[in-house]
Design a binder for this molecule. Structure first.
Ligand code: TYM
Length: 330
């Protein structure tokens, strides 16, 4: 089985954007690939976090993966926490020494997050290298993500190719981003030019997987659209309406074309109502499952099993790379 790997930062409660770019793709492909799904808690501290809240977010993230349909009982599913495996940071150091400061400083996300912030951490610059280590440690072939992470996966590809050619040996499998056709960039409800984010300044602009039907309805009904009044999918000129159509398509399980046809000729109010309804219905199902999961011991069972397996694979790879770069004794 080829390997697929992804992670979702526990820097807040997961949003419907995280579902579309990450979790939904895992659910779709979990029977096809050996799947490594982890909680990148080490990534979360590139910006300040409250330690108590971080612990809670980590557990909640795993509960939500499972509630949304990730099947922990599959033999080929490995769920684990990044910080419980020291090889991520170890490999990251080696990869940092094969990365150029210039290529890291050019990353879109770094530029965005460091803008107007003179005291950003060194971790914010090197973060994509740690992400490359996350991927390359397991020889993952496919990396499901939203479009915002594509550039980071490309860095992982470049580093794999660079190491393979520098040491004249197959150090790593060269990974590929797996971006969904629909839902690769769910947009901020207030400013649809931005992506929806779990750590946005305005929490009313994001729908979180734990939101109540009332919260969902309020947020969706207030979503920014445009003054044109016509329902059409046109991301450039009608980002707000296109976003609502996309959310409906993913959560109702209807193709984008059929979604557009369904609402064609109607008003924005009807579209918003339908989006709020379908979201409330799906998220309530997830939340009911989540409540059951959190009462059971399934989160810790999955993490214990996944963690042990992941450490084994990572240790083998790290030992191989250590030797290749010349560390330690002959
Ligand atoms: P993170 O935590 O920001 O997002 C988790 C996943 O959700 C996707 N995503 C979105 N997709 C569609 N619309 C949106 N508005 C939206 N917002 C987020 C992201 O693309 C991602 O797939 N650096 C990563 C975490 C990470 C990782 C990895 C991912 C660390 N190591 C290795 C893959 C492989 C991040 O910050 O994602």
């Amino acid at each position: 089985m080829e390997r697929l790997l992804t992670g979702l930062q526990p820097s807040g409660t997961l949003t419907i954007g995280n579902y579309c770019g990450g979790i939904n793709q895992i659910c779709k492909y979990q029977e096809t690939y050996e799947t490594f799904l982890f909680v990148p808690d080490m990534h979360a501290i590139t910006v300040p976090q409250d330690p108590e809240q971080l612990h809670k977010n980590i557990r909640q993230a795993v509960g939500l993966y499972l509630a949304c349909g990730v099947d922990a009982s599959l033999d080929n599913m490995h769920i684990y926490i990044q910080s419980e495996n020291p090889y991520h940071a170890n490999l990251s150091w080696i990869l940092e020494c094969h990365s150029y400061y210039g290529e890291l400083a050019r990353m879109h996300q770094f530029k965005m997050k460091s803008k107007n912030n003179e005291s950003f951490t060194a971790g914010l610059v090197t973060y994509p290298v740690l992400m490359a280590a996350d991927i390359l440690l397991y020889d993952a072939k496919y990396v499901p993500t939203g479009v915002d992470q594509k550039q980071h996966v490309e860095l992982a590809r470049n580093l794999a190719e660079r190491m393979n050619s520098r040491y004249q040996e197959e150090c790593f499998v060269v990974p590929e981003p797996m971006i969904p056709e629909v839902g690769a960039k769910i947009r901020d409800l207030a400013n649809p030019l931005n992506k929806m984010s779990k750590s946005a300044d305005n929490p009313k602009a994001s729908v979180f997987l734990m939101d109540t039907p009332e919260e969902i309805k309020k947020k969706i009904m207030r979503a920014t659209t445009d003054s044109d009044g016509k329902i059409a999918f046109d991301e450039e000129n009608k980002p707000g309406v296109s976003n609502l159509l996309t959310i409906y398509s993913v959560f109702a399980g209807v193709s984008l074309d059929d979604t557009v046809a369904r609402f064609d000729g109607g008003g924005y109010g009807d579209l918003k109502k339908a989006v709020a309804e379908v979201l409330a219905e799906r998220l309530t199902v997830f939340q009911d499952k989540y409540a059951e999961i959190m009462k059971s011991g399934i989160v810790d069972d999955a993490l214990d099993r996944g963690g042990e397996y992941a450490r084994q694979i990572a240790a083998e790879k790290y030992e191989k790379i250590r030797k290749i770069v010349g560390f330690g004794r002959i």
